[in-house]
Design a protein around this ligand. Structure first.
Ligand SMILES: Cc1ncc(COP(=O)(O)O)c(C=O)c1O
Length: 406
C-alpha cells in the first residue's frame, strides 16, 4: 500500500484520542503487542476507571449490608438517578424523558406495550429490511400478542420515507434502527420521525448503534420513544443496561404500561400501598429495583462522554473513519457503507466473498486485528474515536489487503 505506517503514526500524534483511558486487549498474533480493536460496534472496551469504581460500590455492600440503600457513598435507592442526566445529555433529551434500565429488547417490549396500540385499519409495524433480528422477533411477537398475523403485520422497508407514504394510513408503529447494524447507515431520524407522525403513526427508534456514535437531539426531533444499549459505543460491558427515552408529551399518559414498585413515585415506594402513583417522568416505565453493580459501569462511561463531549468525538470519528475508508479504497476492498460521512457513524462494512467469520478469525490470529463478522459475507470495521488509532486502521487495511490477495 502507498499509505505508510509513518503517515498513520504522524496522524496519531496530531490527532490523538483517549486510548490511555481504556484497557486494550493484547494481540493473539501479528507484529504488535496490542490488538487493533475495530469491534466497538459490537462490544466496546473497558474504561480503566470502571474496575475501581465498581469495587468501591462493592465495598459499600461489604461494609453496610442493607444500610447501603441509604448510607453507601453512592446510596443505592437513588443510584439510577445518577445516570439520568448524563444519559439525557448524550441523546439530547430532557432528564425527565430519560431512564437507564434493563436490556434493549426488554425495553423495546415495555415501550411497545405503551406505544404499539393496533386498532381499526391501523395495525402495521414498519421496520427496516435489514433490521437486527432481535427487533424483528420482538415486533413479530408483539403482533402475535395482539392476536395479529406477524407476516401481514410487519412491513420490512428499504426506503422508510417511500413506505410511510405508501402504507401510511395502515401503519400503527414505525420502529427503525437509527444507525443500521449491518451497513452502518445513519437514517434521517428527524425527517422519518416527521413523516411517520404526519401519516398518523407512532415513531420509535432503536439507537443501539447510534448512542455514543453520533450526536442525537431526541427531544427536538420528537420521536415518541427510543431505546439503546450501553455495551457498544458506551463501553459499559457485556449485556450492560440500556437506556430509554419517552418524549415529554407522553409523560403524563393514560396509555397502558407494565408497572412494578419502581414505577411509583420514590416518596410512595415504601408506603407499601396496593396502587402505584407513577411520576410524570420516564422513571414510570421502570419496574424492578435496579442492579447497582450493573449501573456502575454505565455511570463511569457516561462520565467520560460528559468530560470529552460527543461533538468532539464525532469530529474525530469523521476523520478516523474517513482515513480507514481511503485505506480500504487503496487496498481494493472498498466498503458497502454510505460514502457520505453525514450518512454514517464510525462503522464501515466490507463485503467479502463468503466466510466472513473465517476471515475475521484469520485477521485476529495472524494479524492481531479484531473485526467483527456477520455471516455470510459482511466484515464490520469500526474505529471508535475514544480509543482507536490511525495506526489501528492502517493495520486493519494492511491485514485485509494481505488476506484478499491470498
Ligand atoms: C440494533 C440492535 N437491536 C437489538 C439488539 C439486542 O440487544 P439486547 O440483547 O441488549 O436486547 C442489538 C444487539 O446487538 C442490536 O444491535
Amino acid at each position: 500500500m502507498k499509505t505508510s505506517q509513518d503517515d498513520a503514526r504522524r496522524r496519531d500524534r496530531e490527532d490523538p484520542g483517549h486510548r490511555d483511558l481504556f484497557l486494550i486487549p493484547p494481540a493473539e498474533g501479528g507484529a504488535y503487542p496490542e490488538t487493533a480493536y475495530l469491534a466497538g460496534n459490537s462490544l466496546g472496551l473497558q474504561p480503566r476507571a470502571t474496575r475501581d469504581e465498581l469495587l468501591a460500590d462493592l465495598d459499600g455492600w461489604a461494609r453496610l449490608g442493607v444500610e447501603g440503600h441509604l448510607d453507601a457513598d453512592r446510596p443505592w435507592l437513588p443510584y439510577h438517578a445518577l445516570l439520568t442526566e448524563p444519559a439525557a445529555r448524550l441523546v439530547g433529551a430532557l432528564p425527565q424523558e430519560t431512564v437507564v434500565m434493563n436490556s434493549l429488547t426488554v425495553n423495546l417490549h415495555l415501550l411497545m406495550v405503551s406505544f404499539y396500540r393496533p386498532g381499526g385499519g391501523r395495525t402495521r409495524i414498519l421496520i427496516e429490511e435489514h433490521a437486527f433480528p432481535s427487533d424483528s422477533y420482538a415486533v413479530r411477537s408483539q403482533a402475535r400478542f395482539h392476536g395479529l398475523d406477524p407476516d401481514e403485520t410487519v412491513i420490512r422497508t428499504a426506503d422508510p420515507l417511500a413506505d410511510i407514504e405508501r402504507h401510511g394510513d395502515r401503519i400503527a408503529l414505525v420502529l427503525l434502527g437509527g444507525v443500521n447494524y449491518l451497513t452502518g447507515e445513519l437514517l434521517d431520524i428527524p425527517a422519518i420521525t416527521a413523516a411517520g407522525h404526519a401519516a398518523g403513526a407512532t415513531v420509535g427508534w432503536d439507537l443501539a448503534h447510534a448512542a455514543g456514535n453520533i450526536p442525537l437531539r431526541l427531544h427536538e426531533w420528537g420521536p415518541d420513544f427510543a431505546a439503546w444499549c450501553s455495551y457498544k459505543y458506551l463501553n459499559s460491558g457485556p449485556g450492560a443496561l440500556g437506556g430509554v427515552f419517552v418524549h415529554e408529551r407522553h409523560l403524563d399518559t393514560d396509555r397502558p404500561r407494565f408497572e412494578g414498585w419502581w414505577s411509583t413515585e420514590a416518596t410512595t415506594r415504601f408506603l407499601m400501598r396496593p396502587v402505584a402513583t407513577p411520576p410524570g417522568t420516564a422513571e414510570a416505565w421502570q419496574i424492578s429495583n435496579p442492579p447497582i453493580f450493573a449501573m456502575g459501569p454505565v455511570r463511569t462511561s457516561l462520565e467520560l462522554f460528559d468530560q470529552i463531549g460527543m461533538e468532539r468525538l464525532r469530529a474525530r470519528s469523521i476523520r478516523l473513519t474517513g482515513y480507514l475508508e481511503s485505506l480500504l479504497d487503496e487496498a481494493g476492498t472498498g466498503h458497502i457503507s454510505p460514502r457520505d460521512p453525514e450518512r454514517r457513524g464510525c462503522q464501515l462494512s466490507v463485503r467479502v466473498t463468503g466466510g466472513a467469520g473465517d476471515l475475521a478469525r484469520r485477521l485476529r490470529v495472524e494479524h492481531g486485528v479484531i473485526a467483527d463478522a456477520r455471516e455470510p459475507d459482511i466484515l464490520r470495521l469500526t474505529p471508535v474515536p475514544l480509543y482507536s488509532t490511525y495506526h489501528d486502521c492502517w493495520r486493519a487495511a494492511q491485514a485485509l489487503a494481505t488476506a484478499f490477495t491470498l
